[in-house]
Write a protein that binds this ligand. Structure first.
Ligand code: ZN
Length: 113
């Protein structure tokens, strides 16, 4: 399951960071999901709950934000905002687009105690 693998990755990073700060527990984890990522908020939430079980992040809240998808258009030479990975350039209608943002999943920050 895709989400569970992601969740395990997130928890591993969070655990490492929390240990580095001598934290007792993690209160909130904030992650940013790219607009093109095929990850549902609710599935990721569920997977994180499972992955956090028995770790320092057990019971931590999760805040998910979505980042905008962006691409470089080779036709009009602009960085444009894309709604989906397959959208044409909103400026010129071109389709030669290099996606520069929208696939990422990253940890924005976290609150520890
Ligand atoms: Zn264009």
């Amino acid at each position: 399951m895709h989400e569970l693998a992601l969740a395990r990755e997130i928890i591993a990073i969070v655990e490492q960071a929390a240990e580095g700060h001598n934290a007792n527990r993690v209160r909130v984890i904030r992650v940013a999901l790219g607009a093109f990522g095929h990850v549902e908020d609710s599935s990721l939430r569920f997977a994180l709950l499972a992955a956090a079980n028995g770790t320092i992040a057990e019971g931590a809240g999760l805040e998910i934000s979505r980042t905008t998808g962006r691409a470089w258009c080779q036709d009009c030479r602009n960085t444009v905002i894309l709604e989906t990975r397959l959208s044409p350039c909103p400026r010129c209608g071109g389709v030669k687009l290099d996606v520069v943002a929208g696939d990422e999943l990253r940890i924005v920050n976290m609150e520890i105690e």
